[in-house]
Write a protein that binds this ligand. Structure first.
Ligand SMILES: [Zn+2]
Ligand SMILES: [Zn+2]
Length: 152
């Protein structure tokens, strides 16, 4: 799919929760939706800020199920947050997996029990290393079906 990279076009200040010292990812999704051009199929926000949804301590990302917008953050995926040496290569891999995961939610995919499937939901950064960037056979079929539906 053709992809274009856009600079940040809105201030995240309003999405900041001073009590939690984190940014509300659902608020970011609503802002992304206002930004996305009509002709664009999906929009993925990429940030280094610490994200949350009210019921959870933190999230790696959030997406609208079968919607247009998704967001991912590198913040909780960085080894240095857990007292380990920086590992840019590992961070890139984790972020890539979470980006694929969140975008797949916008294509209607839900969480998968297959531990290596990219749609498996893990809580901790080091657990993300267990899964691959790929979809299991069930999710692959679902994704193909949903993409076809979205295109028609
Ligand atoms: Zn998910
Ligand atoms: Zn799966």
């Amino acid at each position: 799919m053709p992809v274009s990279i856009r600079p940040e076009s809105f201030s995240l200040e309003e999405g900041f929760d001073p009590v939690r010292n984190q940014y509300n990812s659902t608020w970011i999704l609503s802002k992304l939706l206002q930004e996305v051009p009509e002709e664009d199929c999906k929009i993925l926000g990429v940030t280094s800020l610490d994200l949350f949804v009210p019921v959870l301590t933190f999230v790696f990302g959030e997406a609208q199920l079968q919607g247009k917008a998704a967001v991912v953050s590198s913040y909780r995926l960085r080894d240095e947050l857990y007292g380990l040496p920086r590992n840019p290569e590992r961070l890139r891999e984790r972020l890539e997996k979470e980006a694929i995961h969140e975008l797949a939610h916008t294509f209607g995919l839900v969480h998968c029990r297959e531990p290596q499937c990219v749609m498996h939901s893990y809580t901790y950064a080091e657990e993300v290393d267990f899964k691959s960037k790929d979809f299991c056979s069930t999710c692959t079929v679902l994704l193909a079906q949903n993409k076809k539906q979205a295109a028609s």
